[in-house]
Design a protein around this ligand. Structure first.
Ligand SMILES: Cc1cc2nc3c(=O)[nH]c(=O)nc-3n(C[C@H](O)[C@H](O)[C@H](O)COP(=O)(O)O)c2cc1C
Length: 345
């Protein structure tokens, strides 16, 4: 255990959200861990982006693009900041973030608290080498929610390496309706049209919930391929509550993430892999806490993975442990590269 991991565990005496704030402050002051240089066998690509390793930081940790440099230095292969909305937003009333320690899980109902597009853009402009994505969303009270995605994409286009259109937060009422039917078609068309006017080619992904029926997965895959989006991030948090949950917080409203999400999100990922038929890339998220978990997502079809909740329990040193274990697993199974393992049965 590193000194940093000990500090991370000590933060557990604080309320969950205060602990997160304290962590962000430490990282901003450059007190984060520093990982060893890249492991060559883990270098890979995601929709044309060159990644030093396939283990990314999921959005929600760095909502305001405050600590992307520190998290790249901690060894993540890429960092996704956000969700950012055009206007600053306070989010839901506290408490809104709960640790389910016995379950290695988190429930959150943050509600897109963030500093808004202009402050986010100023933070994002302070870059170090490395891949940073922007996760864009809609203000709760927006008259034209799809217009908010277009505004975010356009404003941040020169600043981020890729974009994720987040239509899967369960904490903005009605947002998940953008995943289906006419609303999805209109979203894809308007975001696609905006993108066509912007210079240069950057990947755009759609981030989905794990709470989808097979027919919905098929319909989303066709819409993504038809609109020439570059990929799908599978998945956001779940509204389901597995019977196995033990923690007293299990009844809190919001999205569940962490270990109890791993099996569900990986199953949905595999369904998207089948439905994609090679037409777009996949990013696997949901419940990753070990090299074995990250490896399972790659084998299910993800070109890269993301994690957040396990950091709450393990501290940022986790990413180095996952990278080492992943490299060992690839070698043991005879895969020369990460790409060779993607979708391998
Ligand atoms: C406290 C918290 C806040 C989150 N905020 C966002 C967000 O703003 N946008 C987003 O796309 N996902 C958000 N997520 C979802 C994560 O990015 C990720 O998809 C999900 O937690 C599953 O991964 P995990 O089990 O490794 O945490 C959040 C998750 C947590 C725990």
């Amino acid at each position: 255990m590193t000194l940093h991991d000990i500090a991370a565990r000590a933060l557990h005496v604080l309320d969950s959200e205060d602990a997160h704030r304290a962590t962000i402050s430490l990282l901003k002051a450059a007190l984060g861990p520093h990982a060893d240089a890249a492991d060559p066998p883990l270098a890979t690509t995601l929709a044309g982006l060159a990644l030093p390793n396939p283990v990314g930081l999921a959005p929600g940790f760095d909502k305001n693009a405050d600590v992307h440099r520190a998290m790249l230095a901690a060894g993540f292969g890429f960092v996704e900041c956000g969700t950012v909305t055009p206007l600053p937003q306070a989010g839901n009333a506290r408490p809104r973030l709960f640790r389910l320690t016995e379950d290695r899980a988190v429930i959150n109902r943050m509600g897109f608290n963030n500093v808004g597009l202009e402050a986010f853009a100023a933070n994002l402009a302070r870059r170090r080498p490395g891949v940073v994505g922007a996760n864009i969303g809609a203000n709760k009270d927006a008259a034209d929610r799809i217009g908010d995605y277009v505004t975010g994409l356009t404003r941040l286009w020169p600043l981020a390496d890729y974009f994720t259109v987040n239509v899967s937060s369960p904490n903005t009422p009605g947002l998940r309706a953008l995943q289906t039917g006419e609303a999805l078609a209109e979203l894809m068309a308007r975001v696609g049209a905006a993108r066509a006017t912007l210079s240069g080619r950057k990947p755009v992904f759609l981030k989905v919930a794990p709470d989808l029926e097979d027919a919905e997965i098929e319909a989303i895959a066709e819409a993504v391929a038809g609109a020439k989006f570059d990929g799908v991030v599978v998945s956001n948090t779940t509204l389901t509550r597995p019977d196995t949950l033990k923690s007293g917080h299990r009844g809190e409203a919001g999205g569940l993430s962490g270990a109890p999400l791993m099996a569900l999100a990986t199953r949905v990922l595999a369904s998207f892999h089948a439905a994609a038929r090679g037409r777009f890339a996949l990013v696997g998220a949901g419940g990753i806490a070990s090299g074995a978990d990250a490896y399972a997502k790659l084998r299910a079809g993800a070109s890269a993975v993301q994690l957040y909740s396990a950091l709450v329990f393990e501290g940022p040193g986790l990413v180095t442990r996952i990278r080492r274990d992943l490299a060992a697993r690839l070698k043991a199974d005879g895969f020369a590269t990460v790409a060779d393992a993607v979708g391998a049965k």
